[in-house]
Design a protein around this ligand. Structure first.
Ligand SMILES: [Zn+2]
Length: 104
């Protein structure tokens, strides 16, 4: 058996971190985050010192590719704590530039 690369080990580690703090809703298929959340109830996790949304991390881990900075993983279900990548749809984020745009 080939040894795993550091990157592959990190993927397994982060998947395990997410799954250890998750409860699966068998009716909806939602992966409900039991860890810390922000004020709006969205799950966050610390990775390499930065807090990132669990949906973003789950998407990168299970889809095998990171989301570009201007995209986010939106839920297709109604559960704000769900991070099942199957329930995520990629959306382009609107950049807030009103101050620069106005009056130009
Ligand atoms: Zn869901």
């Amino acid at each position: 058996m080939k040894p795993l690369t550091r990157e592959a080990i990190k993927v397994q580690l982060h998947k395990a971190r997410l799954l250890l703090k998750c409860e699966i809703d068998e009716k909806t298929g939602c992966w409900i985050w039991l860890g810390s959340t922000d004020k709006r109830g969205y799950g966050h996790i610390k990775v390499d010192g930065a807090r990132i949304p669990v949906t973003r991390l789950a998407y990168a881990l299970w889809k095998g590719k990171a989301l570009p900075p201007d995209r986010k993983a939106m839920r297709t279900c109604k559960n704000p704590r769900c991070f099942n990548p199957v329930h995520a749809r990629v959306k382009r984020m609107k950049l807030r530039r009103t101050e620069n745009v106005q009056g130009q």
